[in-house]
Design a protein around this ligand. Sequence first.
Ligand SMILES: Cc1cc2nc3c(=O)[nH]c(=O)nc-3n(C[C@H](O)[C@H](O)[C@H](O)COP(=O)(O)OP(=O)(O)OC[C@H]3O[C@@H](n4cnc5c(N)ncnc54)[C@H](O)[C@@H]3O)c2cc1C
Length: 424
Amino acid sequence: MIPEETDVLIIGGGPAGSLLGCMLARRGIRVIVAEKQATVERSFRGETLVSGSLTALNELGFGPAMRAHGYLETKGMKMYLEKRHVMDVEYLRTARKKPYIDMPQPALLSIINDAASQEPSYHHAAGAQMTNLIEESGKVVGAELRFGDGSRSTVRARLVVGADGRFSKVRKAAGVKAHVEPMDRDVLWFKVPRPPEWDRHYTQFFVDRDRHLVCMPTYPDDIRVAQNLPKRGFGKIRNAGLDSFKEQVRKLAPQLGPLMDNHLNSWDDTSFLEIFTAYVDNWARDGLVLIGDASHTCTPILGQGVNLAIQDCVRITPIIAEALRNGADEEPVPGRVFSDFVTERRAHKDQVTRFQTAQESGLAVTSKAGILARQIKYRILHRLPVKYRMLNKMLGTVPIDPVDLRAEPENVPAGDAGAESSRR
Ligand SMILES: Cc1cc2nc3c(=O)[nH]c(=O)nc-3n(C[C@H](O)[C@H](O)[C@H](O)COP(=O)(O)OP(=O)(O)OC[C@H]3O[C@@H](n4cnc5c(N)ncnc54)[C@H](O)[C@@H]3O)c2cc1C
């Protein structure tokens, strides 16, 4: 039975909602996480965790369970333009001096949910879909939920958190406008075993004119491949047939040919992702706040989605705890308590979007001059540590409140120090 009343009702049990639920429950706050899916199974999403996310998850005490499950370390990226190797990025030279890791999102969510379920104030409602918000006098005071068997419940809460992803229903129900900016291209994903000659610790990034292929090491020893498609071009590509799609991939990475023939048997083995960024006007109202993709959808370039979601949780947990402590019983948490959170997180998200948009437009060039300029740019970047400074800015860091720490905090070099000190 789901409680009829709680302190915090989180809609969505992805990385953002699950982690926030766990962190709040560890502080003794009554929290319900309502997730519309009955299980955590999901593929392709958020498998790459950047070094900062790994550090945060370690400091929050999930390290032992993550190591017990196992993950794959990714040490860097090799970029090829028009068949020439032009740039390397070594993740160990970013400020954290740590690899990225690849871990299936269901495993990560299970680890977080298992930890949360140890807490008496935590309730996980699997298969519970938010259908509407409850509002009184212009304040959000709870939500209506529908369960898999068709039954319905209402839950009252002092704070409803919209952590329901890129197409957030909470956002819509709250009347919050999202300005969606489509990128020029979309992406089709698939998974195949790693070609034996490829280093299992490096992402391979192949670009030829306006076509690109990102091949990411994937736990335990596969690769996830993302092939860009023209915007709204998936229908045309499907009509041309799977063999024609494989041929396009093969042109960029011939090593994938036999692997696709053996493991990519139908369109069901692929996953389509529409690429857009979203700018959301208001992340908070009285009784409501948005986190994760619901407040800031970004593109998959350099896997920032989970990193941003984790940083949101780390930053907002002490703010929610303080607001609940300071407010009168049953009074909705005022939206104004989140203004610093919103300003800070929005600035970081904007930085990520600027970086991703610049990369995306660089990848979409077709003119001879544009292609030459791109080759020169990445060859120069290959030699300069400035690329690590850019990366560090995009990755960002959010210190964890001592109350939330479950392991020794790591000593992270401030600003660009890490990149500078590792200059060749
Ligand atoms: C194909 C793909 C590949 C990606 N690869 C990476 C990567 O390698 N690295 C990375 O960092 N990021 C990646 N991302 C982005 C990353 O997955 C997201 O940024 C991240 O999952 C956002 O977390 P979230 O919790 O905010 O939202 P989500 O993960 O989208 O979770 C939202 C949850 O809300 C639930 N929900 C939705 N509506 C309702 C409702 N009405 N009621 C109840 N529950 C609801 C959903 O079922 C879902 O579980 C990828 C995304 C995609 C689509």
